[in-house]
Design a protein around this ligand. Sequence first.
Ligand code: PLP
Length: 380
Amino acid sequence: MRVYLDNAATTPLDKEVFDAMAPFMLEHFGNPSSIHSHGREVRAAIERARKTVAGLLNTSPAEIFFTSGGTEADNSAIICTCRSLGIKHAITTKLEHHAVLHTMELLEKQEGVQLSYLRHDERGDLDLEHLEELLARQPQTLVSIMHANNEIGNLNDIEAIGEICKKHNAIFHSDTVQTMGHYKHDLQQLKANFIVGSAHKFHGPKGVGFLFCDAETKIQPLIQGGAQERNMRGGTENVYGIIGLAKALEIACRDMGEHQRHIQGLKDRMIYKLREQMDDVSFNGMSEFGDKSLYTVLNVSLPASDINEMLLFSLDIAKISASGGSACSSGANTGSHVLRALDCDPSRGSVRFSFSKYNTPEEIDYVAETVAKMYKKQLA
Ligand code: PLP
């Protein structure tokens, strides 16, 4: 059995999505900026995709801008807000993805933006009173707080955070990469200036995403060039990517309830099976709590052992693909900044299992059994 449990890193492309994309690779190849019919038919398809995405998020197509993925969307929101609006203070958390953290650090170093980090407890639960305090002291602030953490799965209350930001006139950006296509987003309700999406996290293609920028927030583009994306992003559009993104989001929203039930069942089964077979197993962050974490992510804390260093390698040999933290920095071997920020015991092993609609209970049983056997052998 070969098992893929690294769906927070990327998900397999849905065949229905591929079928929607294929004609835009072969037949409809025109440049959407061209004024002839080959270009116009492709332009029309992009605008249909934009309308689809906007409709699914209950907002207007004029507020959706396609990008090369979540990283570019996060960079655009953060860098362009600080530069275009002259913002000199930003609040974020130590638990953000590097697409946010490294961008913030760059602004601090090169553009004199003062950074404040929100307090959190040892499970990563954010202190929203601290947010109120920081905002009361310093108006004209950019707040960037993710909806759900890609490593430990913690879900943050972005509705409450949005209300606090609105009360203090702060700009609010939320990295929603891990919840897009997995949770409902209603942009008429949510008080956010920016949210983002990345197609490959919900069975769409890699290298395409989008930025929602509310109509009131006027920023300049990050990428200079042609007039594409209504002057908000130069460069010929990733046409088949955009078509795939819209199709993938449509399917994800259509089947959301059913997928949530199926995947939550797999996650619960994994927790149960690991606890049944191992004495010393726990879960990092809030990933064991159903209502406080992504149903797609489980971050497992394993006993201190010599095998921890080779944990992902040993799983790979057993044909199990999983991750030791954020997949985006896998291979960099720098450890997890999120687990460090939570003060997790570095002698314990940790592995992130992340699930999708394509996983089965049999796969979960195989993985739990394999992990338990690896530690039993070692600790015997
Ligand atoms: N933000 C979060 C929370 C993520 O998990 C990721 C990818 O893992 C990104 C941003 C980056 O998205 P992309 O791979 O589309 O650049």
